[in-house]
Design a protein around this ligand. Sequence first.
Ligand SMILES: Cc1cc2nc3c(=O)[nH]c(=O)nc-3n(C[C@H](O)[C@H](O)[C@H](O)COP(=O)(O)OP(=O)(O)OC[C@H]3O[C@@H](n4cnc5c(N)ncnc54)[C@H](O)[C@@H]3O)c2cc1C
Length: 390
Amino acid sequence: MSETMREPIIIVGGGPVGATLALLLAQKGIATTVLEARKKAAAYTESRALALSFGSRKILEKLGVWTALAPHVTAINTIHVSQKGSLGRSILRAQDFNLAALGYVVSYGALSAALDEVLANTTIVNFVFEASAEAITYHPTHATVTYRQHQFSQSLNSALVVLADGGRGLDEIAGMVKETKDYGHDALISKVSAELPHNHIAYERFTAHGPMALLPNGARDFSLVWTGKKAYVNNLLNLSDEAFLALFHAEFGDRVGRFLTVAKRMTFPLKLSQLKTTDTPHLVVIGNAAQTMHPVAGQGFNVGLRDAESLANCIASSAPERLGDEKMLADYRVSRQTDTKNGLLFTDFLVNIFSNDIVGVSGLRSIGLGVFDMVKPIKAHLVSKMSFGK
Ligand SMILES: Cc1cc2nc3c(=O)[nH]c(=O)nc-3n(C[C@H](O)[C@H](O)[C@H](O)COP(=O)(O)OP(=O)(O)OC[C@H]3O[C@@H](n4cnc5c(N)ncnc54)[C@H](O)[C@@H]3O)c2cc1C
C-alpha cells in the first residue's frame, strides 16, 4: 500500500503542536484529519508569548511556516539571568556560541495564523474547525473518536489517533494516568512597554516569590511572565496599572528604565506533569497534553514540537499494517523518553535552585550564578538546552 493509501490519521487538537504534526506528515505524503474545537481565526488574537528555540525554527522552516512567521518574530540575542538581592548574574550571548540567535519570541496568535496559511494550501490535511472531540475508544484494530460539530455527533475511525488537545480532556480517557506536581504557584502573563529599548535581550530573574521572565516581543514591547504563590499573583492581578508597574519595577530593577504601560493581565496555574501510563492501543499523546512544564525556561512548547517531529518519523517508517500497534507506539515512546525527561528535570531544577526562599540558599544561589558566569561548559550546556533542547 502506498503512503497516501493509508486511512487518514486523526489528530485531536489543531493547536501549534497538532497543526505542525499534520504538516510534517503531509510532507511525507501521509493524510490526516485534524479535529479542532475552536472557530477558524479564533486563536489569532491570542497574545501569549511562546519562546521558540533555534531547533524549532528549523522545523518550521522545513514546513514553509517560518516565511510567513518571520515578520512577527523577535530574536533573542542575549539572555540575562539575575537574582533579586544578589550581585550574581550571568549573561549568555549568541555570538559567543556562534549562533545567529539564542531563540525567538512569537505570539501564539501569529504562530496560529502562519500555520493556518500553510495548512490552507495543503490538500491532504482535512482541517475541521468547530469539531470538538467528546470520546475516544479503543478496538483491536483501531480507535474511534466521537466528536460534535454544529450540534451533530459524528464518529471517525483510524489505526492511529493522536491526542494534541493541550491536556484538556485526558482525564476522561481510560488507560491514561498523569503524574502531576503542583507548584502551588500561578503565572501572570501580559505585555509591558519600558523607557529603554529591549536590544533583543531576554531577562530571567529569580526572586523570593518565584521566577519572572521578560522577553523582547516586537519593536519595543516585552512579554512578561511573573510567577509566585497564588495569593501573591492574585494580588498582582487586582492592582491598578500604575501600582502594578511600580511594583514590577521594584522587583525587576532598573535594566530597562521605568515601565510605562501594561496590557491586559491573565493568570494560569503552574504545574509539572507527565503522562505515566499509556496502555492505550492506537492512541498516542503529544505536546502539552503529554507533558506540562513551568514556563521559566521556555522549554514546553519546543519539547511539544519535537514530539511532533519524532512521531512523524515513526509513522513514516512504520509499515501501514503496524500503524498504531504496540510496537510502533513503544518505539515512539522510547524516542521521546530522554528529551522529555531532560526538559522536565532541567525546568524543575531551575525553579527549585533559584526560587526556594530558604535561609542560606539565597547566598549559595548568588555564588551559583557567579560560578555559572565563569564556567564556559556550564553555559554552553544551558545554551544548547535553550537553543536546541538537546
Ligand atoms: C494560559 C496559558 C498560558 C501560557 N503561557 C505560556 C508562556 O507565556 N510561554 C510559554 O512558553 N508557554 C506558555 N504556555 C504553554 C504553551 O501555550 C504550550 O506549550 C503550547 O500551546 C502547547 O501547544 P499544544 O498544541 O500542545 O496545545 P494547545 O496550544 O493548548 O492547543 C490545543 C488545541 O486543541 C484544541 N482542543 C482542545 N480540546 C479539544 C477537543 N476536545 N476537541 C478538539 N480540539 C480540542 C484547542 O482548541 C487548541 O487549539 C501557556 C499555556 C497556557 C494554557
